[in-house]
Design a binder for this molecule. Structure first.
Ligand SMILES: [Zn+2]
Length: 388
């Protein structure tokens, strides 16, 4: 049985111990130690990493009574000096203690925590609510942080099943004989094998980021401690950049955006009027250019949508086959009023492949896209001659 040092002292980072066993398995090399402060995956908390006589410890798993350390190579010595990556561990402690506190506050508001995820980027808990209004979320966040500022002591210890039955535990414990309790003084007793900060003050802050509805319950995304600080710093950077770009203060951003949206709408209206006028002129020109029952024109920079609009206007005023191409979008459109013998979609389907184009359509309207202007242009020229 590996003596798990993290149970007694979550702040222990360096120790010396003896190697009990070395295992060469298909998926890697493992070392079993007499005593270990390396935390293995479990209870939602990820494993520790660190070094053993300078050798990187890549993963830590729990197997029965033993803790297995996956290492880059096996140590030659029987005695090893170990150290854990403290930044990683302390981060996990802040998130895990923060989760206990947050879950305790949610429970006070009426919902059990169903699951906990401690990820690289963010943490989540799924709580037994179908909906969580923004005001209640804000109240929970405030209350959790109030408990942080009150700096309640957090302690971990083992009890027997009989002793555990007398404690107001959040959930019935999974273990039977030695049950580990994590007590947040005045807040809760929780059956948990994880590592925790010594007092709620060390959680630093619980920042709730957003909620999502998940199959009948609510998922709360949150960050604690340094992660919350980093989140604040990143948001501040974005906000700072936005205020500089919009030439306003933080309080002026929304007003500036409203104004900008209004201006955009106004510009769009003006643009639509101008486009309409330009289309009238273009339609007039194209109708005059009609030759042998077809109208054909290449546009340098019109989007496909504008080509379709033009085609619709032209086919409303004449029975010619209308062939339009746009160099900007490598598209070709063919349309007519319905009184032209060529079926547009079938014509495209029959000839497109030879020009590397893809597309199709109905008898009265077809469109195609191409990989290059050379291909689009070659198809346009072919169609122009075929239609005359
Ligand atoms: Zn826990």
């Amino acid at each position: 049985m590996t003596i798990r040092l993290y149970f007694d002292d979550a702040y222990l980072t360096h120790w010396t111990t003896r190697v009990k066993d070395k295992l060469e398995r298909e998926d890697g090399l493992y070392v079993v130690l007499e005593e270990s402060a390396f935390y293995p995956h479990g209870g939602g908390q990820p494993n520790d990493t660190g070094r053993m006589n300078g050798i990187p410890v890549l993963d830590v798993i729990s197997e029965g009574d033993e803790v297995l350390h996956k290492v880059e190579r096996l140590p030659d010595e029987d005695e090893v000096r170990c150290n854990i990556d403290w930044d990683r561990r302390f981060d996990h402690m802040q998130q895990h203690s923060g989760q206990h506190l947050l879950s305790a506050v949610c429970l006070k508001h009426g919902a059990m925590t169903l699951s906990f995820h401690l990820g690289e980027d963010y943490c989540t808990i799924d709580v037994d609510w179908t909906d969580l209004p923004a005001e209640q979320l804000a109240a929970i966040e405030l209350e959790a942080n109030r408990h942080i500022y009150m700096n309640h002591k957090i302690s971990g210890y083992f009890v027997t099943e009989a002793e555990a039955s007398r404690l107001p535990l959040v959930k019935p414990p999974k273990a039977v004989d030695r049950i580990r309790i994590v007590e947040m003084e005045g807040v809760e007793y929780n059956g948990c094998g994880g590592t925790h900060v010594a007092a709620t003050g060390a959680i630093g802050m619980v920042k709730l980021l957003k909620t999502e509805k998940q199959k009948g319950h609510v998922r709360i995304f949150f960050k604690c401690g340094y992660r919350a600080l980093q989140e604040f710093q990143e948001q501040q950077q974005v906000l700072g950049a936005v205020t500089v770009r919009l030439k306003t203060s933080r309080d002026g951003i929304l007003e500036r955006l409203d104004k900008w949206e209004d201006e955009q709408k106004q510009r769009q209206t003006e643009l639509d009027v101008l486009k309409e006028a330009l289309d009238e002129i273009t339609v007039g020109q194209l109708l005059a250019e009609q030759e042998g029952g077809r109208i054909a024109r290449i546009f340098a920079d019109k989007p496909l949508k504008d080509l379709q609009n033009l085609a619709q206007k032209l086919t409303g005023q004449c029975d010619a086959a209308v062939l339009l191409a746009t160099e900007a979008e490598l598209k070709v459109v063919l349309a007519h009023s319905g009184r032209h013998p060529v079926a547009c979609g079938a014509f495209f389907k029959e000839h497109l492949a030879a020009y590397g184009g893809k597309g199709g359509g109905s008898d009265k309207l077809a469109q195609a896209g191409f990989g290059s202007w050379d291909e689009a242009h070659a198809f346009y020229e072919f169609a122009k001659h075929a239609l005359s």
